[in-house]
Ligand binder design. Structure first.
Ligand SMILES: Nc1ncnc2c1ncn2[C@@H]1O[C@H](COP(=O)(O)OP(=O)(O)OP(=O)(O)O)[C@@H](O)[C@H]1O
Ligand SMILES: [Mg+2]
Length: 180
């Protein structure tokens, strides 16, 4: 029970931290390039695919934490990451691809539950707590975004991060204040 309470507090904290931090214009390409350089210096390569600048109103530290958790997983379980940024329907997507074993389809959602670690990683003595994905999801959802996992047809895992459109906040406020 105590463990569960602690976990809930941790996730609430992640959620809270991410909304307490002010929104600021963040160059997503720059933030990812910094993370890639930092992580590559101490582990398998994290490579960022060139793309035009994406500047979005974001909570820098919270977003950094969420992306770092996903990149570290790709390094730990997939021996490195290839990161792409794209833009569709007013939303921005970050994809983090690795060339590891992927995750059985039946477990793709379960790994977002706190402390869920798959047998393959447990026996590999990688020593994580099983909180990286739940924290990443808590942060991104608090941002109006999302993270999901899929297995790539060519092998390996893809984590897809969706970030809301830059003007979504303004749009939501406009809708909320509309006279009925
Ligand atoms: N890129 C990946 N490839 C294969 N399996 C993965 C990948 N990312 C996560 N997993 C599986 O999902 C589990 C949960 O991941 P999560 O990041 O939540 O925890 P962790 O990495 O075990 O520990 P922590 O992130 O707290 O140090 C991992 O233990 C691993 O089994
Ligand atoms: Mg992890």
């Amino acid at each position: 029970n105590e463990m569960q309470e602690m976990t809930e507090a941790t996730l609430a904290f992640a959620r809270g931290v991410s909304v307490a931090e002010p929104l600021e214009p963040v160059n997503l390409n720059g933030l990812l390039a910094d993370l890639a350089a930092e992580l590559s210096a101490s582990g398998p390569p994290v490579t960022l695919v060139e793309s035009p600048p994406h500047i979005l109103p974001l909570r820098r530290m919270a977003l950094r934490r969420a992306l770092r958790n996903l990149l570290e997983n790709a390094q730990r379980y997939g021996a490195g990451a290839t990161v792409g940024i794209s833009h569709a329907g007013g939303e921005t997507f970050v994809t983090i691809d690795d060339a590891g074993p992927g995750i059985p389809e039946a477990d793709l959602e379960r790994v977002f539950d706190p402390f869920e670690r798959l047998e393959t990683s447990r026996s590999r003595e990688t020593g994580g707590a099983g909180l990286g994905l739940p924290i990443a999801r808590a942060i991104l959802r608090a941002h109006g975004g999302e993270v999901s996992l899929s297995n790539r047809p060519e092998g390996g895992l893809r984590a897809t991060v969706r970030l809301p459109a830059a003007n979504q906040g303004a749009k939501a406020r406009a809708i909320a204040s509309r006279k009925v």
